[in-house]
Design a protein around this ligand. Structure first.
Ligand code: IPM
Ligand code: MN
Length: 349
């Protein structure tokens, strides 16, 4: 078997620290052919673009893309993101943004008394349209009459395809799916959302579908996290709720995500949920666990599930012991010490 080919874009800030660390971990358990690309904000300052004009073509030939973080104070965020991350998600039809929210053993949730058994959610975020469709414009720029419109786009086809993936996972897990909506106040977009999700549900008679308004969902994730299993939501709603999810699982430094093209026509992209963290960048204090757990999702995607399970187990051992944790988890270990601890756990396994 040939090794999976992985395009690595460590990107900005702590991406440069957590991705090489996670690559060390992944290399312990699998033979991966990593090819690194120096794209990001630094590249922008030198060349005027976030990636070369043939960047997407280059990436198209890979089995997966492993991305650290995009965004740096010297480049406006809408420029850096629309120059790299968002074109990759859209061009490669990565219409599912998969975001697990799991409390690792030994990690303390800010929700009092909650244990790993209480916090184990799986979010399916629509990743191509909604409020982040990119449709809009500004006119009369710089005058008192300046106007901006940004049009949310909801299509039956895009809602249907993400819902189908979410239902099929719900079927394999608890048999329950929550669809996040706001069809009380939003009369068009979220009514189409509800109708379409319910329509897909007809093909999954053994999955119980619950519609929950996004405001109520935020409260429920805090007060009854154990009642939440698989969730499907729009780009905006699931973006916000998965940051809440990251907080209740112990922090953004732990959260993993996968931008999936389920048909495998294009490469999928794997990225930790945290950003470039300019406040701690370069200090080797960033938590590598989010990037490592993102690597676990990537290993499963390239059909190396046993290797993925080994890494997951090693991370759980490190968090359980609690000897090597970064500052966000109340410890004082460096990025490298946590990484070494995970590698030690793998070798001892
Ligand atoms: C995320 C990020 C991005 C998003 C931003 C940086 C565009 O917040 O991956 O959740 O909203 O998709
Ligand atoms: Mn986000």
């Amino acid at each position: 078997m040939t090794s999976p080919r992985i395009a690595v874009i460590a990107g900005d800030g702590v991406g440069q620290e957590v991705i090489p660390s996670a690559m060390r971990v992944l290399s312990e358990v699998a033979d991966l052919d990593f090819v690194e690309f120096p794209w990001g904000s630094e590249f922008f300052l030198q060349t005027g673009s976030m990636m070369p004009s043939n960047g997407l073509e280059t990436l198209a030939g890979f089995d997966a893309i492993y991305l650290g973080a995009v965004g740096w104070p010297t480049v406006p965020d809408h420029v850096s993101l629309w120059g790299l991350l968002l074109p990759i998600r859209k061009t490669f039809e990565q219409y599912v943004n998969l975001r697990p929210v799991t409390l690792l053993p030994g990690v303390r949730s800010p929700l009092r008394g909650r244990e790993p058994a209480d916090i184990n959610m799986l979010f399916f975020r629509e990743n191509t349209e909604g409020e982040y469709s990119g449709t809009g414009g500004r006119v009369h720029v710089g005058t008192d009459a300046e106007l901006a419109v940004e049009v949310p786009v909801f299509t039956r086809a895009a809602i249907e395809r993400v819902a189908r993936v979410a239902f099929s996972h719900a079927k394999r897990r608890s048999g329950r799916l929550i669809s996040v909506t706001k069809s009380n106040a939003s009369r068009y977009n979220y009514v189409l959302w509800d109708e379409t999700v319910a329509g897909v549900g007809a093909d999954f008679p053994d999955v119980e579908l619950q519609r929950v308004h996004v405001d109520a969902m935020a409260a429920r994730m805090v007060s009854r996290p154990d009642s939440v299993d698989v969730v499907v939501g729009s780009n905006l709603f699931a973006d916000i709720l998965t940051d809440l999810g990251a907080a209740i699982q112990g922090g953004l430094g732990l959260a993993a995500s996968a931008n999936l093209n389920p048909e495998r026509k294009h490469p999928s992209m794997f990225e930790p949920v945290h950003g470039s963290a300019p406040d701690i960048a370069g200090m080797r204090r960033a938590n590598p666990i989010g990037a490592i757990m993102t690597g676990v999702l990537m290993l499963r995607h390239v059909e190396l599930a046993p290797a993925a399970a080994r890494v997951e187990h090693a991370v759980a051992q490190v968090t359980t012991r609690g000897e090597f944790l970064t500052a966000d988890l109340g410890g004082s270990a460096s990025t490298d010490q946590v990484t070494d601890a995970v590698i030690q756990a793998l070798r001892a396994d």
